[in-house]
Design a binder for this molecule. Structure first.
Ligand code: BGC
Length: 768
């Protein structure tokens, strides 16, 4: 999809292209000369390295502040001095990093600097919404900015590498790591992948305020069987190429510096030893030139996958294209013997070593190993007022209004009963994978709402219920975020909540998931609200007062009952350190919600996997009503509760019919599709205008709809805007059964609307 160029800007652009031609030529030659310089430098260095030192560079150890496996690194100091460590993650602060770097550049024989990584996933200390929430903003500028802020803060704290973005497509809300993803769609996911890489890396990896990004988890990690983390993935190549690969490729095309392999197997071979994946697809087909790192002990875990002992799996992994081994030390301890036995080659070790050294070179570490160790930057650049303000705005724009029967926005008067286990829970606000967050600095909804409400509003609070039963709560308490239970009887808690609600004009119920209900190893088979909270909501609703549910979640939840009975539901994901204020901003209407779902919300977990871009069966139901011998369920409708792309606003938007520049196109022509969107309500608001295509007749079965463009626009009450998209034959392309990226002539349907379900449509023909 291309941005439309108006007539006026065209001559200017032509001149710009002329200059761009010279600039492009200069850039290419500058690039090749810097490539040549890098090669000469690394050739020289590698000529001095022993086999042990080369293998040492392939070793990535964990510093111990955060671990995600049962294995941790030991004897690190000694190994650094011996040149047996290429990188470290989870050590932070310029002082500590300086100390570790000194060990390497003063005590090891060749003084090769270490690369310092961390899981900077959605912010460093200033925490942004979880990635699924960020995706719901559909705002690439905001998403890029969030990565920029994260890079600024993390690099000010001495780091130069982040294990992000995670771009695994997921269509299974049982899988806990859907929270870290951009949801179900490859087009949206690819746009986000590009924005994140640009945000982290900027234009210059060697600048002291950028981080090298690491796109993960390559590949297909978001599609494990039964939604159970780490489990096997079995998928056709057509599906991989069309639906699951695009975001990884987008990150590669955007110049991502590193790629992390995934834990799962792909087509019968674990990703960490999958040569087809790591070499044929990644390097040969996509031209990736950077560093490939394993996931946490994923090399060793291939023993449990049944691929052999540590020596065998390490050799397989290196041969497949792995450069760096995270934590497991299979490379460090076995590659030398494998080389002797002829199981691997010197060239394979050299390739991996070169890729690690090149990453360090690009980060500028050979020039100055302490480039990121500025003792002063952290004081002013981390958790600054500016960053917190950006995080608050970003959070507010990630929330999705799922239902509103005239209750929201709240008025700044009267009494609000704020009830629920997540109302006064600042440690829960940041969400999963925020290892560097200082949760004590996050703002709870209670504190945020009070601050935003001002003095005319009386807010009374009661907990009302525990989040869930104690076993589920206990299982989800990691990374120093213990959960406080209220051990009083559930009825006592509800009675207290009802007392708080007795004099209120409106009840705001803060319900949903604990942060660690999602994230790694946090799959669920039941994606409804826990029973304790459903009972509370039922009791609150029975008061007859309007109940606004503020829903905290890291995954699509199945909430048909809540949708049926409650007048308003605002989905706030886990909005980060400033979310308490941001929720207040939206509840009181200072910010009009504009988020749209990046993943379908099912009615029932039995519908999973559920996503909008499915293919027709030969017996489609056509309607949502059950019909015998048609594709459907006896006990549930086919349609989701809330479709992909869905989200309400305090205002309403009207869509005109679509006009096309032509209904018959040929070859390289371009199609312009235009629609007029009008704000038909009382509030200024933003709308995400979405464009979908369907290929009506093709040589392969094609999805019923595929997102091919979106624009976020803002409209004042009564205002109309024309929104245009340019469609080219690139947008018609798909990978066919031969994995050729082709488009086929024929008839297409183009849809436009504010979500994937409610759209206007028009057909056109495109000939070769
Ligand atoms: C996760 C990765 C993460 C790594 C390092 C693993 O368990 O799967 O996403 O980057 O740990 O913390």
């Amino acid at each position: 999809m291309m941005i439309r160029i108006s007539k006026l800007t065209k001559p200017l652009l032509a001149t710009a292209f002329l200059f761009a031609g010279t600039i492009a030529f200069n850039t290419v030659s500058a690039q090749s000369s810097s490539q040549a310089k890098m090669k000469t430098f690394i050739d020289g260095l590698m000529a001095k390295m022993t086999l042990e030192e080369k293998i040492g560079q392939l070793n990535l150890v964990v510093g111990g502040e955060a671990t995600t496996g049962s294995v941790v690194s030991t004897g690190v100091e000694d190994k650094i001095k011996k040149g047996q460590v290429g990188g470290i993650f989870s050590v932070t602060s310029p002082q500590r990093i300086r100390k570790v770097q000194e060990l390497a550049v003063k005590n090891s024989r060749l003084k090769i600097p270490i690369i310092f990584g961390l899981d900077v996933i959605h912010g460093y200390r200033t925490i942004f919404p979880i990635p699924l929430g960020l995706a719901a903003s559909w705002d690439m500028g905001l998403i890029q900015q969030s990565a920029r802020v994260a890079a600024q803060e993390a690099s000010a704290d001495g780091l130069n590498w982040t294990f992000s973005p995670m771009v695994d497509i997921s269509r299974d809300p049982r899988w806990g790591r859907i929270a870290e993803s951009s949801g179900e769609d490859p087009f949206l996911g690819s746009a986000i992948a590009r924005a994140m890489v640009k945000g982290y890396q900027g234009d210059n990896l060697a600048a002291n305020n950028t981080l090298m990004a690491c796109v993960k988890h390559f590949a297909l990690y978001g599609a494990p069987e039964a939604g159970r983390d780490y489990l096997s993935v079995d998928m056709s190549h057509i599906k991989m190429y069309n639906d699951y690969f695009p975001p990884y490729k987008a990150a590669v095309d955007a110049g991502v510096g590193s790629v992390m392999s995934s834990f799962n197997d792909v087509d019968g071979i674990p990703a960490s030893a999958n040569k087809w994946l790591l070499t044929d697809v990644l390097r040969k087909q996509w031209g990736f030139k950077g560093l490939v790192v394993s996931d946490y002990t994923s090399v060793n875990e291939m023993i449990d996958h049944g691929l052999g002992d540590l020596k065998a799996v390490s050799a397989l992994s290196l041969k497949a294209g792995m450069d760096m081994d995270m934590v497991g030390e299979g490379f460090l301890t076995t590659l030398k013997a494998s080389l002797k036995e002829g199981k691997i080659t010197q060239a394979e070790i050299d390739r991996a070593c070169r890729n690690v050294l090149e990453a360090k070179y690009k980060l500028g570490l050979f020039e100055d190993p302490f480039r990121y160790c500025d003792d002063n930057r952290a004081q002013t650049e981390i958790f600054s007022d500016t960053h917190r303000k950006i995080a608050r705005e970003t959070a507010a724009r990630s929330f999705v209004l799922l239902k509103n029967q005239g209750v929201l926005p709240l008025q700044r008067k009267g009494t609000i009963a704020l009830v629920g286990p997540l109302a006064d829970a600042k440690e829960n606000m940041v969400g999963t994978w925020a290892v560097s967050a200082d949760v004590s600095k996050a703002t709870s909804l209670l504190a945020g709402l009070k601050a935003v409400a001002g003095s005319n509003v009386n807010i009374v609070y009661a907990k009302g219920a525990n989040v869930a039963d104690s076993l589920l709560e206990a299982r989800t308490s990691i990374f120093g975020k213990p959960w406080q239970r209220d051990n009083r009887h559930p009825d006592t808690l509800i009675a207290e909540a009802l007392r708080a609600a007795a004099n209120a004009d409106v009840i705001v119920a803060a319900v949903g998931e604990l942060a660690e209900f999602t994230g790694e190893a946090s799959s669920r088979t039941d994606i409804t609200l826990p029973q304790s909270q459903r009972k509370l909501l039922h009791a609150l609703n029975a008061t007859g007062k309007p109940v606004v549910a503020v829903l905290f979640t890291g995954r699509p939840l199945a909430i048909p009952e809540e949708d049926k009975h409650l007048p308003a539901i605002l989905n706030v994901w886990f909005g980060g350190s400033e979310a308490g204020y941001a929720i207040g901003d939206v509840l009181f209407g200072d910010v009009n919600p504009s988020g749209k779902l990046p993943a379908t919300f099912p009615r029932n977990v039995g519908q999973v996997p559920i996503y909008y871009s499915y293919k027709n069966s030969g017996r489609p139901q056509g309607t949502d009503e059950f019909q015998k011998f048609r594709s459907g369920y006896l006990d549930e409708r086919n349609s989701p509760l809330y479709p992909f792309g869905y989200g309400l606003s305090y205002t309403s938007f009207g869509y005109s019919d679509i006009t096309l520049s032509s209904k018959k196109l040929k070859g390289a022509q371009k199609l312009t599709a235009t629609i007029t969107v009008t704000n038909t309500g009382k509030y200024a608001g933003e709308e995400v205008v979405q464009l979908y295509l369907r290929d009506l007749v093709a040589s392969n079965t094609r999805p019923l709809k595929e997102l091919k463009g979106f624009q976020k626009i803002s409209l004042k009450p009564g205002e109309s805007k024309q929104v245009s998209f340019t469609v080219t034959t690139d947008d018609l392309k798909f990978y066919d059964h031969n994995l050729k990226h082709i488009w086929e002539a024929g008839e297409f349907t183009l849809f436009m609307g504010g979500n994937s379900r409610d759209t206007k449509s028009i057909n056109f023909w495109w000939d070769k």
